[in-house]
Design a protein. Structure first.
Length: 249
């Protein structure tokens, strides 16, 4: 049953691989218009969880809904309803920026007029206009990330999943990318973002901390810092993980 004002929901969501539990019975509700962060070290289970929410990986146990759609029963419907930016850059390196966006517009079933209108808007909003005729493979990583986000937003989804969107980019590009994320949140979109950068956790409205496949803490950054008598999210993370024997590998 769809919960009012809840965009993403999970109840005991679990994924196992040959006896290894990558995501271990996580439960959460993400509200509409919220920037929700999934914080954890590499190997914590963040990407596995986001792939289940996006209908790309079937849960072993538990349940989840995205926009009221059951991810296990209707994964294709979920894929059409959301925007998804994967951790690994997956657009075509030999196409130009414009050609990539036009191609993905076709994938989402947009008309030519819709593609033209949204292409123009996205190029302007994400400051990609001067790069629109550049071959994608020639772009710096920060610009590639903006292009990947453009493709994820092309069909104007209400819910957007970003898996490590700033991985490997320089600090200035990371800061600029988070300005874009906040603009999206202020426009009313729900943003689910995974990260292992502790400073990025401060930019989220609310976040969960994941460790060895489990959610070990959840709240706003200020709540978590106050709850654990810390002055930064890095201190909160180290405090929580330290009590459990160390960081993920």
């Amino acid at each position: 049953m769809k919960k009012p004002d809840v965009a993403v929901s999970a109840v005991n969501l679990t994924r196992r691989f040959d006896g290894f539990t990558a995501v271990d019975s996580i439960s959460l509700d993400i509200h509409r218009g919220e920037i929700f962060g999934f914080l954890g070290a590499n190997g914590a289970g963040k990407t596995t969880a986001i792939r289940m929410f996006c209908g790309l990986l079937e849960p072993t146990a538990g349940s989840a809904t995205v926009g009221g759609i059951d991810v296990a029963r209707n994964p294709e419907q979920v894929k059409q309803a959301i925007g998804y930016m994967s951790q690994k850059f997956s657009l075509y390196e030999d196409l130009t920026v414009r050609e990539n966006i036009e191609f993905y517009g076709g994938v989402y079933g947009l008309t030519r007029s819709q593609i033209r209108e949204r292409l123009h808007r996205l190029l302007e909003e994400l400051n990609l206009g001067e790069q629109q005729n550049t071959v994608t493979g020639e772009l710096p990583l920060g610009w590639k990330q903006r292009l990947a986000l453009s493709a994820a937003l092309l069909h104007n989804p209400d819910i957007v999943f970003l898996d490590e969107p700033t991985g490997g980019v320089d600090p200035i590009s990371r800061r600029n990318f988070w300005r874009i994320i906040h603009d999206l949140g202020e426009s009313g979109k729900t943003i689910f973002v995974t990260t292992h950068y502790m400073d990025e956790a401060e930019y989220c409205n609310r976040l969960s901390i994941m460790y060895h496949g489990k959610i070990i803490e959840m709240g706003t950054p200020s709540e978590l810092k106050q709850r654990h008598s810390c002055t930064s999210m890095q201190q909160v993370f180290l405090h929580l993980v330290g009590k459990r024997g160390g960081a993920d590998e």
